[in-house]
Design a protein around this ligand. Structure first.
Ligand SMILES: NC(=O)c1ccc[n+]([C@@H]2O[C@H](COP(=O)([O-])OP(=O)(O)OC[C@H]3O[C@@H](n4cnc5c(N)ncnc54)[C@H](OP(=O)(O)O)[C@@H]3O)[C@@H](O)[C@H]2O)c1
Length: 577
């Protein structure tokens, strides 16, 4: 601590200021922080650097005798086309008022009204801002020039620096370490080519422009071996340009051997569980942090626990329940496998493939060491619901049977139903491929005449698919949902089904919308769920599907690879039957 204090006091370095106001602001700060008070302030500045470790980075020189330099870390805000074009003829090549609004909001908002944020930009970006809008109001404008060719009259809120490190060092020292909450680097090309994937970059807020627009200034792509999507908005269209807002967060300090393109994925292991180096993402602006899709699930849990209706249910356990709930998960950038507790990914995959195969035999899953259906397929349970003549493990005409053989006469799980009944799954795929605007792309597991033959009536009973802009979305209706234990699996299962069907139809996944009738929390799940609510989400993993497979009936578990799933620990909850 003392060493670092000495470093701070001695390392007032080479940042140069050509604007008189910036010099005076530094002068004012050294007057303000006269020695005794100053040391106290430096101390609290250092304390901040320890507690909010994501705001500062110590750059080790590798020489043990040399002191490390303290620099502010930063977040990048940029709008870029698919091939990473950001500018043309010294200007923005598009007019997107909503993007400018987003830019203003994210760079201006602070959690403490006494502080502001800094926007760091290259000289040419500064010059591209219309005179009447610069300096950007409400923010400290940090301008970068090597030549010092900027000719700025005394302007408040402007400092000029000769290098990126000197700007980040300046912002790490008083007065800026107190007065500046977040540092955003905003362009242009020359600056972002240096900083975009550099170790000090905590997050990248990128407006991803899908339309192809001619550019002459480019930046490198986001390094997906260290950054992972935190949030992605639904696509929007403005002035005929389709775009979305995506935030990537740094999860690893340095690049690993992680793969980024599906063709290079090793499908022999289904889960890449490489740990994140970064565990806490609260450095993100609140307006972004709270948009992680997992918060929808956590808010629903919280809402049911705090104001659900007391219900007696058939299980005798007792539950709290709400009626009519909806969650929407964006599948475009990542896969919604919850991170506030570890989920059994292999079980999700095996169970869905088992549905797709049309099987009704729980023993097939048991052989894969997946025991999700054991309780509803046991001898005692089948006897208790009047299905004593059934073999143990036989569930009756549940999901898979209805998806593949709707209307066929069910006899037992050993019979061959090939060609019998209506194959809804193939019909869905055929419609998506050949009549994508059809409004009746439906998959129903609810067959009233078969209900009495089922070990459990299908809770997730109905799905509708929708195609637009080359994307496949799915809305599923679930009349009864065990929010604590089963719903996280249901979300993952239908998200995976959407990804698989999109894949075999040559589309990309869009949204999964989960509509729930009776959403309940069993009383025995309240305590573990409250424990889970204390955890903060981490970035969702990325799903890669084996590109060699295009037939819905050809998939095996190893064809699905989940990249970078690093959740919190498992939360134990007992199964209520
Ligand atoms: N799409 C977006 O989100 C976005 C954002 C910002 C800008 N833009 C666009 O990007 C274009 C401008 O980008 P650009 O690459 O031409 O210029 P730029 O990066 O904005 O500015 C380049 C200038 O910055 C200074 N500079 C560069 N590297 C530096 C360093 N390491 N240390 C100190 N100073 C440094 C130099 O100034 P001196 O020559 O004075 O030494 C250099 O000429 C425009 O078209 C603009 O509209 C787009």
């Amino acid at each position: 601590m003392l060493i670092m204090l000495a470093v701070l006091l001695s390392s007032y370095r080479s940042c140069f200021f050509s604007s008189s106001s910036s010099s005076s602001s530094v002068l004012a700060s050294s007057q303000l922080f006269g020695v005794p008070n100053g040391i106290a302030k430096y101390r609290s500045c250092l304390r901040y650097s320890v507690t909010a470790s994501n705001s500062f980075v110590s750059l080790s020189t590798g020489d043990v005798n040399m002191q490390p330099d303290l620099q502010r870390t930063y977040q990048v805000v940029v709008a870029a086309t698919h091939d990473m074009g950001i500018g043309k003829d010294g200007k923005l090549p598009w007019r997107l008022p909503s993007d400018l609004k987003f830019f203003s909001k994210i760079t201006m908002t602070t959690s403490d009204p006494e502080t502001k944020n800094a926007v760091v930009m290259g000289r040419k970006t500064w010059e591209s801002i219309p005179l009447e809008y610069r300096p950007l109001p409400g923010r400290l404008n940090v301008l970068l020039t090597r030549s010092g060719s900027l000719d700025i009259a005394t302007a408040e809120n402007v400092v000029i620096c000769g290098s990126i490190p000197s700007a980040l060092e300046l912002l790490a020292r008083p007065p800026y370490c107190f007065s500046i909450e977040k540092v955003f680097i905003i362009g242009g090309g020359q600056i972002l080519r240096e900083v975009l994937n550099a170790p000090g970059c905590d997050a990248i807020h990128m407006t991803e422009i899908e339309s192809s627009i001619e550019c002459d200034t480019f930046i490198p792509p986001v390094d997906v071996s260290v950054f992972q999507p935190w949030y992605s908005s639904s696509p929007q269209v403005e002035n005929n340009i389709r775009y979305c807002f995506v935030t990537y967060v740094r999860v690893r300090k340095s690049a690993t051997a992680l793969v980024s393109s599906s063709s290079r994925v090793n499908y022999n292991s289904s889960l890449d569980s490489t740990k994140f180096n970064v565990e806490n993402f609260t450095f993100l602006p609140r307006m972004i942090f709270e948009k992680h899709d997992e918060f929808m699930y956590l808010r629903l849990v919280q809402d049911i626990i705090s104001s659900g209706n007391q219900k007696d249910d058939g299980t005798g356990t007792g539950s709290l329940s709400k009626f009519g709930c909806q969650m929407q998960f964006n599948l475009r950038k990542c896969f919604p496998l919850l991170t506030t507790k570890r989920l059994f990914w292999r079980g999700v995959v095996e169970k869905l493939l088992w549905f797709i195969s049309g099987s009704t035999n729980a023993k097939v899953l048991q052989e894969e060491d997946t025991h999700i259906w054991d309780a509803n397929a046991s001898r005692d349970y089948l006897d208790s619901i009047g299905l004593a003549d059934r073999d143990e493990g036989e569930l009756g005409p549940i999901y898979g049977f209805q998806w593949r053989h709707f209307g066929a006469r069910y006899t037992n799980m050993h019979a061959d139903y090939t060609g019998q009944g209506f194959d809804q799954l193939l019909d869905v795929i055929d419609k998506i491929r050949n009549k994508p605007d059809d409004r009746r792309i439906l998959l129903s597991a609810w067959n009233p005449s078969d209900l009495k033959l089922m070990a459990l009536p299908p809770c997730h009973m109905f799905a509708q698919f929708y195609v637009a802009h080359g994307e496949l979305s799915c809305q599923m209706y679930q009349w009864s949902a065990d929010i604590g234990l089963r719903v996280p699996f249901n979300i993952a299962s239908y998200a995976l089904l959407t990804c698989i069907i999109a894949h075999v139809c040559g589309l990309v996944p869009g949204d999964f919308i989960h509509v729930i009738g009776d959403a309940h929390v069993y009383k025995t799940h309240i305590r573990p769920l409250q424990e889970q609510l204390h955890k903060l989400p981490k970035p969702f993993p990325i799903l890669k599907v084996n590109p060699q497979k295009t037939d819905i009936d050809s998939f095996v578990a190893a064809d699905f690879k989940l990249i970078s799933y690093d959740p919190h620990q498992k939360v134990e909850m007992e199964i209520v039957v």
